[in-house]
Design a protein around this ligand. Structure first.
Ligand SMILES: Cc1ncc(COP(=O)(O)O)c(C=O)c1O
Length: 432
């Protein structure tokens, strides 16, 4: 089979989004203080997610950091995190000086093993950070019940799951605060950006002050940038600080496209769902090729999928050989390009239960691969990818060029966090 040719992942901005960016510049709406791009986005985000309050921030990492800081994280605290998540979930905790405890998954799944979490809880456990992956739902209700029972504050890292639902409620609206990412690998993509949502007015106000270097008006106790402040207030009463803060103001220019895209985000999610459906039709019932457990295509309306998540049965396949064959067939393929938290050299220093063996999450880490759903792929492209992937699997045991690393000396040049592709498209000469 010939190597396939499909588009890499790139942002496609609509005319309306481009116009919105230009308007943002033309109207001098490039600062949160003068325009309404940010507040409009926040309003739309809260409405979409059916949350009371939302605040835009520069990215999700800082959204988690601002949340932990305003909720009073301290060096004595322990935070429970899943063993498999992006480093961005972990850095805000260790940068706050707290310690982490790492929990395992259920078998072949990324649902949290509730019993393993119970063993980690001590009087010092202050937060649990539930981190969604690839737009799939979590067993968040069980996690929430556990947190309530033990007085632990639940925070959701929803960077990878904007639009995902559990029992008709959006991921990110179960805990005290949900933290979102709008970077270029996510569902609602604006380049760089993040946000928090919460139903708690006090937390909302505290995070708002936090993002504006803690500034508060003496007279009104409102944030310095809220719309009902006046020059009189500023000049007569001045600003005060009554809490923690940093400058975490988002750029309206970044959000000027998002303010349009969020109106159409269900169309974007639905297109990815259609691609996911096609993959499932084409790639089901192949021995040793399994979808992540808890994934059920009949629940597709709950998923806001970033990619198709395949867990290879390691009795049949070596993941790296499948990746190599796929790259050489032109398939944009992804894997966890980071290890588990417990195996991370730096994070290890902050893990309390570092001697635990967390086998299930390690298995998922080591045997998962991802096939793409991004916008620049057509349904025809998905069919091509399925055919090429089946070719890789059908020929897995044969000694053909696509599995020969030495034949291809190019570097992988395209890497967006989820997918790998080689730069030049070599013609594969099959020996068969
Ligand atoms: C699970 C998870 N949390 C947090 C983040 C951080 O998002 P951002 O890049 O907006 O800081 C990411 C980004 O890849 C992520 O995957």
């Amino acid at each position: 089979m010939e190597k396939i040719k499909v588009n890499p992942d790139f942002m496609i901005y609509t005319d309306e989004e481009k116009e919105s960016a230009l308007n943002c510049l033309s109207n001098s709406d490039s600062s949160i203080f003068v325009g309404n791009t940010i507040s409009t986005f926040e309003q739309k985000l809260a409405n979409y997610l059916k949350a009371k309050y939302s605040l835009a921030l520069p990215n999700c990492t800082l959204s988690i950091f601002a949340t932990l800081q305003t909720l009073g994280i301290s060096p004595n605290d322990e935070v429970i995190v899943p063993n498999l998540t992006h480093a961005s979930s972990i850095y805000p905790i260790i940068m706050s000086g707290a310690k982490i405890k790492v929990c395992d998954f259920q078998a072949n799944s990324y649902y949290y093993d509730i019993e393993s979490i119970k063993k980690l809880i001590t009087p010092k456990t202050k937060f649990l950070l539930a981190c969604y992956l690839y737009g799939m739902p979590l067993n968040i209700q069980e996690i929430q019940d556990l947190c309530e029972k033990y007085g632990i504050t639940l925070i959701e890292d929803v960077a990878q799951a904007f639009g995902t639902k559990i029992n008709n409620k959006y991921a990110g609206t179960f805990g005290k605060v949900g933290c979102y990412s709008f970077n270029d690998t996510k569902m609602l993509r604006i380049g760089e950006g993040g946000a928090i949502v919460t139903n708690d007015k006090k937390i909302f106000e505290q995070i708002e002050h936090f993002r504006h270097v803690g500034e508060v008006f003496n007279s009104t106790k409102k944030s310095s940038v809220s719309s009902n402040t006046t020059y009189r207030d500023l000049l007569f009463n001045g600003l005060s600080n009554d809490g923690k803060g940093l400058n975490l103001r988002p750029s309206p220019l970044a959000f000027s496209t998002g303010v349009k895209r969020i109106d159409l985000i269900d169309d974007y999610i639905n297109k990815r769902r259609e691609k996911l459906q096609l993959y499932v039709e084409k790639l089901s019932n192949i021995k040793g090729i399994n979808f992540i457990s808890n994934f059920n295509i009949s629940n597709i309306s709950d998923y806001a999928p970033i990619a198709l998540w395949i867990v290879l049965d390691n009795n049949f396949y070596d993941r790296n050989r499948v990746i190599l064959g796929s790259i050489n067939m032109g398939i944009p393929i992804g894997s966890f390009n980071y290890n588990t938290i417990i195996k991370n050299d730096y994070f290890k220093n902050y893990i309390i239960n570092k001697s635990d063996t967390l086998e299930q999450s390690q298995y998922i880490r080591d045997n998962s691969i991802f096939l793409p759903l991004y916008e620049s792929l057509s349904m025809e492209d998905i069919k091509k990818i399925c055919d090429a992937f089946k070719y890789v699997i059908d020929n897995y045991k044969k000694n053909i060029d696509i599995f020969d690393e030495s034949v291809y000396d190019e570097e992988i040049s395209y890497f967006d966090g989820f997918y790998l592709m080689r730069r030049r498209r070599l013609k594969i000469k099959s020996k068969f």
